[in-house]
Design a protein around this ligand. Sequence first.
Ligand code: NAP
Length: 265
Amino acid sequence: MTRRLCLVTGASAGIGAAFAQVFASRGYDVALTARRAERLTDLAEQLRLRHGVETLTVAADLAEPGAVDRILGAISEQGRQVDALVNNAGYGVPGAYAATRWEDQAAFLQVLITSVAELSHKTLPGMIANRFGRIVNVASVAGLAPGSAGHTLYGAAKAFVVRFSQSLHLENLNNGVHVSALCPGFTYSEFHDVTGTRAQVSQMPKWMWLGADEVAQAGFEGVEANRPMVVPGAPYKAIATLAKLLPDEWGMALMARQSSRFRRA
Ligand SMILES: NC(=O)c1ccc[n+]([C@@H]2O[C@H](COP(=O)([O-])OP(=O)(O)OC[C@H]3O[C@@H](n4cnc5c(N)ncnc54)[C@H](OP(=O)(O)O)[C@@H]3O)[C@@H](O)[C@H]2O)c1
């Protein structure tokens, strides 16, 4: 019997690599994509040896508009289709909006919003036809909190991912396709090195940090249970609830005081 296939974006590091481990450990073949090809082939080799699954790697830059078609083309060339999708690739653009380059913001929107919407749109019909599908869209608690100065589009993009996932979740009730938004808080990965905030965030208390493995595990369990939103870790469940209850002006005042601890404005 052919195993199901899970496509993970941003699989070369952090939460994406952890998702690839979790899905492979549950018997899925995995298609791994990111820009760093060598990282992908190393992980693929590891997953083949450890879990006996088939793997496919596609090096692609999701900031390039044709990337999604190239990734899905490489999968269909192998006679496969995507049964599970983890839209995980992401990063932040530090600084105040006016001080950044539009090219960087446009690439950010392409990776964090357009590719998420496009991959979902192009893989959903096959999932619906098979009456089986899993989509995990990796958002963030930043998508649940009020806006903050710096990394301007990040919270907005993650709020998009949350709302988009909720709509997809409702459109696909009772057809075997599960859709969840995963909203982690601070997670050990390469994210803060890439974003240039490592020095700042290393001051954050230990209880605020999650492991990439526990985040991916929570995401897997959440989408299996078809929960529309998954917030890993008790502290972040409390923060998510607080963000819902607080009036936005209070939340924004709190963010104005606190965000310099983790954002570069
Ligand atoms: N870490 C946190 O504290 C945290 C908290 C909440 C949410 N998140 C979200 O979790 C997701 C994963 O982040 P992470 O923490 O695991 O960070 P990470 O360790 O930096 O991994 C990010 C992944 O995204 C890939 N990526 C970045 N730009 C890409 C592009 N243009 N095209 C293709 N792939 C690209 C990277 O691969 P290449 O560089 O090889 O392309 C890498 O595999 C992101 O969506 C992030 O917003 C993270």
